[in-house]
Ligand binder design. Structure first.
Ligand SMILES: Nc1ncnc2c1ncn2[C@@H]1O[C@H](COP(=O)(O)OP(=O)(O)OP(=O)(O)O)[C@@H](O)[C@H]1O
Length: 327
């Protein structure tokens, strides 16, 4: 079943188009990374999917229900980890889960859920104000999991976590996905998304610029690798030998060192065999894949900056905050 489907989904705030004609499909059971720099429109999209704000144009379905007219069917089936959620410092972990369970009218077993998110019985009794940032995020995820949602929406779940906390969050996402939950994971940090997601959609300035697997995206932008080869001697006409290998776009030679850019993964082995056939002896070989960071920069035109906030202006025009959303 399709978990999320949007068609021409658009949200305008005055002159600013926060989400622009978004067509997106997330299949049931997949972990989908929703990636984009700050201000790209990720939270606005999530707000429209959850009917926290209404689109200016277009439509969306979540778990087969219309996001606007059937929101009451959607909310019990979706768990949300909102961006910037913080705990109630004096309430224990267990009380948080019990509270979420009451709010959702679910019959959750707090201890089972806390164990699922990696919080011990001892942690469960402690005030959440004493938790580390990572533990708070796990508790918030536990609250989102109350009622066994079919879809888990996580808005920037790794913000503020240290590398250990990030790994824990990724493990948690993986284990929920193994249980069959669809996960919609929004982030502005490519690495966090790449480690857990089956596919990613890249949003920039409200527009979806790519949807693919990370590998697929790499290939799409011609993201290859740089192969650096050190030869035993400088005698071989290496440029002549490998310059015409399909997938090799550039070769530079400096003494015994050759550097070639390849766009096709098969070209790497081809370069080595061509050199060997020409009688060259290879002393060393280094392959540097195109970095994911440069991939992201290429897709978002290097736009890591934020667009004007609700209090700001766009091209000199005041942008009115949306009264529907308490931000
Ligand atoms: N209620 C609002 N009123 C006016 N403008 C808004 C409102 N909500 C969002 N915007 C603007 O819409 C654009 C998209 O914002 P959004 O919060 O959806 O981006 P985001 O990708 O979630 O960013 P971040 O990663 O920083 O959370 C931004 O320019 C933002 O300032």
């Amino acid at each position: 079943m399709t978990a999320i489907e949007t068609s021409g989904l658009t949200k305008e705030y005055g002159e600013l188009t926060a989400v622009d004609d978004l067509d997106l499909t997330v299949e049931g059971g997949e972990v989908f990374g929703f990636l984009g720099p700050n201000g790209a429109g990720k939270s606005t999209t999530i707000n429209m999917l959850l009917d926290f704000t209404r689109p200016t144009a277009g439509s969306a379905t979540v778990l087969g229900y219309d996001a606007q007219t059937e929101a009451d069917e959607i909310s019990p089936r979706v768990g949300v980890l909102p961006e910037g959620f913080d705990v109630y410092p004096r309430l224990s972990g267990r009380r948080h889960i019990a509270f979420a369970s009451k709010t959702k009218d679910a019959d959750a077993d707090p201890d089972e859920i806390l164990e699922r998110v990696g919080l011990s019985a001892e942690d469960a009794d402690r005030p959440a104000g004493d938790y580390s940032k990572g533990m708070r995020q796990r508790l918030a995820t536990g609250m989102a999991l109350v009622g066994d949602p079919d879809l888990l929406v996580m808005d920037e779940p790794s913000t503020g976590l240290d590398p250990h906390g990030i790994r824990e969050m990724q493990d948690l996402v993986r284990s929920e996905a193994e249980r069959g939950t669809t996960v919609f994971f929004s982030s502005h940090i490519l690495e966090h998304v790449e480690a857990v997601c089956d596919r990613v959609g890249v949003l920039t300035e409200g527009e979806l610029v790519a949807v693919d697997t990370i590998e697929g995206l790499r290939e799409e932008i011609g993201g290859g690798a740089t192969v650096t080869i050190t030869l035993a001697d400088a005698g071989t006409d290496a440029r002549g030998v490998i310059g015409d290998v399909p997938g090799v776009t550039d070769v530079t030679a400096s003494g015994r060192t050759l550097e070639c850019s390849v766009t096709d993964p098969a070209a790497k082995a081809h370069v080595v065999t061509e050199l060997a056939d020409a009688g060259a002896t290879i002393r060393d070989l280094r392959i540097e894949e195109v970095s994911l960071e440069s991939l992201f920069t290429a897709l978002t035109n290097g736009d890591g900056g934020e667009r004007p906030s609700e209090a700001g202006t766009v091209d000199g025009t005041a942008v009115e905050p949306d009264p529907e959303v308490a931000r």
